[in-house]
Design a protein around this ligand. Structure first.
Ligand code: ASP
Length: 325
């Protein structure tokens, strides 16, 4: 029988009604008590390092979660992290970079409705996650609504439906059909687990809108070490910001030119508005990476190095299926 560690962090799955709206309140024992069938295939211990609405999750929480996994890595066959759905995709991506080369399952899950509600999806998601974590190699992944998605490929695409997460630019790794795990892809990680302990949280995202003032562009750029610009289509920079971009690059900022189109990714070489800046400034581009992965990978990269060439190498090294290009 597999030995698993449940790491409870809060979220809707553990929430109860309060006068001011739903707030996390249920302890992990209560979550496990709602899935008694799990006892037939796994033995679960539980910890609760935080109890938050995931709106409040920050990079320091990701480091804390990676630390809990590292401390317990040799004691358990797999880990299930119960997490709020709102920033779950960011946490899945962040943990993929902080814990590389793991073949032990590290499964993130949550729910759209609290576990104590009759019409909840929480019991099924938790049971599916424990089942998947008991089924051998997988690495960091998200189990939700019967889908198993690589930790670097998930996005919350629906705010209310049970089918809340999609795998972006990449197929699901597996599905859970009733109590059967149907795998489509093997674990994306090989080798030995490597835990890293540093992220640079001076990363910002600027979503372009037509007519955004150049001052806004440079103000955000001035604050951060790494700026992700979500531009349009396959990617380009409007003429109005060329001077600001030049200043940012000369000031040593790492600039990633991404797209705000959710599917199929960037290709800066296509249009003059992209080509001219990519060539001149050696900008990074995410290609088919999700925004959540781009953000957390840049935090991880800039946490490891300040050297632009090493940063480029790390950024373009695929991790847990994050990048195909
Ligand atoms: N606001 C909640 C959270 O992210 C939503 C959820 O868990 O579904 O913690």
């Amino acid at each position: 029988m597999k030995k698993l560690l449940l790491i409870a962090t809060g979220g809707t799955i553990a929430s109860t009604k309060t006068e001011g709206g739903l707030a996390p309140g249920l302890p992990p024992e209560e979550l496990l008590g709602r899935v008694p069938d799990a006892r037939t295939f796994c033995q679960v211990d539980a910890v609760q390092p935080m109890n938050l609405d995931s709106t409040n999750i920050t990079p320091s929480h990701w480091l804390g979660l990676a630390g809990v996994v590292e401390e317990n890595y040799h004691r358990y066959d797999g880990f299930v992290i119960c997490h709020g759905t709102d920033t779950l995709a960011y946490s899945g991506a962040a943990l993929s970079y902080l814990i590389q080369g793991t073949r032990k399952p590290i499964v993130l899950t949550g729910a759209q409705k609290p576990i104590d509600r009759e019409d909840t999806d929480a019991r099924q998601n938790l049971l599916d996650s424990l089942r998947f974590a008991s089924c051998g190699d997988s690495g960091v992944c998200i189990v939700f609504g019967g889908h198993v998605i690589a930790g670097t490929r998930a996005r919350k695409t629906r705010t209310k439906s049970y089918n809340a997460f999609s795998s972006i630019n990449f197929p699901d790794l597996a599905e859970i059909r009733d109590s059967r795990v149907v795998r489509f892809l093997p674990c994306g990680e090989t080798g030995k687990p490597v835990f890293t302990k540093k992220l640079n949280d001076r990363v910002a995202l600027l979503k372009l809108i037509p007519g955004l003032s150049p001052e806004a562009f440079s103000a955000l750029g001035a604050w951060c070490d790494g700026l992700i610009i979500e531009s349009y289509g396959v990617g380009g920079i409007p003429d109005a910001y060329l001077q600001q971009l030049d200043m940012l690059v000369k000031a040593g900022k790492t600039v990633v030119l991404a797209t705000q189109v959710p599917q199929e990714g960037s290709d800066l070489s296509v249009y003059q508005v992209g080509h001219r800046v990519k060539e001149r400034y050696h900008l990074l581009e995410p290609y088919d990476m999700t925004l959540e992965s781009t953000v957390t990978k840049l935090m991880w990269v800039l946490g490891q190095t300040a050297d632009p060439e090493e940063a480029r190498r790390l950024f373009y090294t695929p991790v847990n299926y994050d990048l195909l290009f």
